[in-house]
Each structure stands twice: as structure tokens, then as C-alpha cells.
Design a protein around this ligand. Structure first.
Ligand code: GRF
Length: 223
């Protein structure tokens, strides 16, 4: 049995991805030591979920700080104190300053609701529909200084349906985000993922394309 991975989660809102991780760890999918949940929105549902699970929740509003750098300094000082081995951005809606992103390179992942590199940024579901995409989905990637542009680890593909609305598509994508993030964190906890200068290593070999979430909710090498 591998030692529990010390995991910090950053979340701004609802926290359904956080909840999926907590439930999966409780069910034995991976061994986690939840060292903290950090939020930029006091009162976020994600912080309530953390407290309900007995996990320390740090929550401060950026308006209390003079600028982005000062807020991030406070946030990352709190994160450093609990010494995570992995930071998961699970619906964290603020851009992080480059110095912290660089410091945590290879140890910080994000989940984004699109098939990156398509549709970085916001309103991804509406943009996928407007573009006439046949497929949409979600991507877990290592975080680098480029917004939603870090090397992809794994993706879940969700077909677009006739008459889809952004809300309906978002619901179906979210339902696949949860197993995608769980499987990605489990892979990291098993020591199977790393980032090097050439890209993402899976079991020590460079991934030519992201892992794919299968119907079995497991990650598979692309054919
Ligand atoms: C998810 O769609 C995630 O991909 C995006 O923000 C949303 C967060 O949802 N980055 P939740 O807070 O996990 O419910």
C-alpha cells in the first residue's frame, strides 16, 4: 500500500469535483491525506464540504488584499505550511501568479471543462456549441504559466447532441469531470505521472496524447 498522498485542493465555488475526490478516497480509490481546502470566496460551498469532512478550510477574499501578488503570497504561505505533495485546482476561478505556478510545477493540476487546447478560459460549453463542435468534454492538465495551456494528462470526451443547450452540455460534461479527476489523482497518487521538459510522463514514458477516460471510468492510453 502506498503512503497517503498529501493533497491540497483549491476551489472557488460549488465544490462538486472536490466532493468527488473526497468520496473516491473514502471508497478506497486512492490514499489521501487532505491537508487543506483553500478558497478565494468566503462562504463557498467547497469550504463547507471541506469542513463537513473535517478538513481544514482556508478562505479569504482578494478584496482584503492590495493586489494579486499580495493575495497569492498569503494563499501560498498557507499552502506551504501544510506541505502538500499535490495541489488540485478544482474549480479555482482566479489566475495564479507565475512565481507560485513555477514553484509548484509538476505538482499542481487543474481540471478544465473543454477538450484543450480547444476553448481555454470561460463559457466553454456555449463556445463549443457556437463553434459547431461534434465533441466536447473535459481535460486534466499540469498547470504552467500559460492559462489552461499546461501539458494535458487526461481527457473525457462528451458527444454534443442535437438541440444541446450550454446548460445541458455542462451537466453531461460535469458528470464525466468527476471520474476524470478522480482517475487522474489516483494515477498521480500511484506515482505513475510526472512532468518533465518534454511533456507528461506516464509510467516513465512520454505521453504522445492525453490518457482517455473510458466508460469504465478508468484511464486508457489512446489507441
Ligand atoms: C468545473 O466545471 C471545472 O471544470 C471548472 O469549474 C467547475 C467547478 O465545478 N474549472 P465544481 O465547483 O467542482 O462543482
Amino acid at each position: 500500500m502506498t503512503a497517503p498522498l498529501r493533497i491540497a485542493v483549491l476551489a472557488s465555488g460549488r465544490g462538486s469535483n472536490l466532493q468527488a475526490l473526497l468520496d473516491a478516497a473514502r471508497a478506497g480509490r486512492f490514499a489521501a491525506d487532505w491537508v487543506g481546502v483553500f478558497s478565494d470566496r468566503p462562504g463557498a460551498r467547497a469550504s463547507e464540504r471541506a469542513r463537513a469532512a473535517g478538513i481544514p478550510a482556508w478562505s479569504q477574499s482578494p478584496v482584503e488584499y492590495p493586489d494579486r501578488a499580495a493575495f497569492d503570497t498569503a494563499l501560498f504561505a498557507a499552502i506551504e505550511r501544510v506541505q502538500p505533495q499535490l495541489i488540485v485546482l478544482a474549480g479555482y476561478m482566479r489566475i495564479l501568479s507565475d512565481e507560485h505556478v513555477r514553484r509548484w510545477r509538476g505538482r499542481m493540476i487543474n481540471i478544465h471543462p473543454s477538450l484543450l487546447p480547444r476553448h481555454p478560459g470561460l463559457r466553454t460549453h456555449a463556445r463549443a456549441l457556437a463553434a459547431g463542435d461534434a465533441e466536447h468534454g473535459a481535460t486534466v492538465h499540469f498547470v504552467t504559466e500559460e492559462l489552461d495551456g499546461g501539458p494535458p494528462i487526461a481527457r473525457a470526451v462528451v458527444p454534443v447532441q442535437d438541440g444541446d443547450t450550454p446548460e445541458a452540455l455542462a451537466r453531461r460534461v460535469l458528470a464525466r469531470e468527476h471520474p476524470l479527476l478522480v482517475a487522474s489523482v489516483a494515477e498521480f497518487a500511484a506515482g505513475r505521472l510526472a512532468l518533465d521538459d518534454a511533456g507528461v510522463l506516464h509510467d516513465g514514458a512520454l505521453l504522445a496524447s492525453p490518457l482517455q477516460l473510458g466508460d469504465d471510468d478508468r484511464l486508457h492510453r489512446a489507441a
